[in-house]
Design a protein around this ligand. Structure first.
Ligand SMILES: CC1=C(CCC(=O)O)c2cc3nc(cc4[nH]c(cc5[nH]c(cc1n2)c(C)c5CCC(=O)O)c(CCC(=O)O)c4C)C(CCC(=O)O)=C3C
Ligand SMILES: [Fe+2]
Length: 371
């Protein structure tokens, strides 16, 4: 038996994710949920719908979250953390509001939240906090007890995230033809967001001073690239690039796009590229379509050998990292000074988002932060 870890003051962990369709009839309602009032061009929506229909209308994300839930429950049981784990989504069943209602009815009063986004940004952090505030408001209106919710800190630089990503890059390199392996470049990819959102991400005045989205990705990518160099003895060029852009064309989003980057790498004579989706925690549709389908087709056109690294998914080291972060945060809430495990230049990020962190264009109520 492992030593018991003390989760006090928490009485539950909530896995909070994006959600995805589970059949063809779900696709359009899902996209309506995702884009409610957010002005995504119709053309883009039709295109995104097609991505899902290509895969039978099923996003892999819900199955992946079920696997992660199992991994977390197994890890907590083996690691001596007696804490029930629940799951709710922003855009599809099980919906966050339904899960929080169940948690309230189960008597959960102090809830720690793990989001399936490792980084700061409006979409990856504050929007989930807004979703929590909305759901808690529903419980309040129903006269139910409303639990206090806190959000786990960003985990992009935790060894339990960096380690599996490093092994995934090594596995992808091994999948390349031997002749191009040593020369292969690394393309770390993440979701493009409007540059205006990138420029205000994270806390102003913090270590990345409002540019946390890009700074955190660069930190994580440098850690993985460094660990791959250690393991292979080969120094490889690497770059952070972007994928899955939407929004109106005249609004600037982070660039370069992965497909343009593959073209530039090919033109510059790179013998091969490993695509590393460091911005995501599972191989969901943005990975399966935008990288494995679209970018892979681009590479095939160019005659450029590519391989794609897996995401952390339900890796036991990632589950153990979550256990570590839960124990750390619980100790901090009890007024102790826990060790904070973090690699890289930025250090452990804040426990509680300060006021103004990852601001929304239109201010709205958000839970689990100072504003
Ligand atoms: C930063 C970020 C993450 C990573 C952090 C996190 O994981 O939260 C992420 C994840 C995901 N994004 C996903 C899907 C979509 N994102 C969209 C739209 C957008 N994403 C944005 C940003 C992000 N998105 C933004 C700024 C938009 C446009 C405006 C808006 O609508 O906010 C749209 C609408 C159509 C389109 O524009 O593509 C869809 C369908 C799925 C599910 C995949 C599956 O089903 O397997 C996942 C995990
Ligand atoms: Fe934030």
């Amino acid at each position: 038996m492992a030593d018991q870890l003390d989760p006090t003051p928490y009485d539950a962990l909530l896995l909070l994710s994006f959600g995805g369709p589970e059949g063809p009839d779900d696709v359009v309602p899902f996209l309506e949920n995702v884009t409610a009032g957010r002005g995504i061009p119709r053309e883009r929506l039709k295109e995104v719908g097609q991505h899902y229909f290509l895969f039978g209308g099923v996003s892999p994300i819900n199955a992946q979250n079920r696997e992660l839930l199992d991994a977390l429950r197994d890890d907590f049981a083996a690691g001596g953390l007696d804490l029930p784990v629940y799951w709710g989504n922003r855009n599809w069943a099980p919906y966050l509001t339904d899960t929080l209602r169940e948690m309230s009815d189960d008597g959960r009063r102090r809830v720690l939240v793990l989001t399936t986004s490792a980084y700061a940004s409006y979409s990856g952090c504050r929007q989930y906090r807004e979703n929590l505030a909305d759901a808690l408001a529903v419980l309040r209106s129903e006269g139910r007890p409303v639990p206090v919710v806190d959000k786990l800190r960003h985990y992009f630089n935790h060894p339990g995230f960096v380690g599996p990503m490093t092994d995934a890059v090594l596995a992808a390199l091994a999948a390349l033809p031997p002749g191009v392996r040593d020369g292969a470049h690394l393309a770390f990819t993440t979701h493009s967001i409007p540059t205006a959102a990138a420029d205000t991400s994270g806390p102003a005045g913090g270590p990345a001073d409002g540019g946390a989205y890009v700074a955190q990705h660069l930190d994580a990518a440098a850690l993985v690239a460094g660990a791959v160099r250690e393991a292979t003895g080969v120094e490889r060029p690497w770059r952070l690039v972007y994928q899955s852009r939407s929004g109106a064309p005249h609004i600037p989003w982070l660039e370069p796009d992965i497909c343009d980057h593959l073209e530039a790498e090919h033109a510059a004579g790179a013998p091969a590229v490993v695509m590393v989706p460091i911005g995501f925690v599972s191989d969901h549709m943005e990975v399966k379509y935008d990288l494995d389908t679209e970018a892979a087709a681009k590479a095939a056109d160019l005659g450029l050998p590519v391989a794609r690294a897996a995401t952390v998914g339900a890796d036991p080291r990632f589950a153990a990292a979550v256990r570590d972060l839960v124990a750390e945060r619980a100790a901090a809430e009890r007024g102790e000074q826990p060790a904070r495990c973090a690699l890289g230049a930025l250090g452990a990020s804040h426990d509680v988002c300060p006021a103004g962190c990852c601001p929304a264009r239109v201010p709205r109520a958000a839970a689990a932060g100072r504003d």
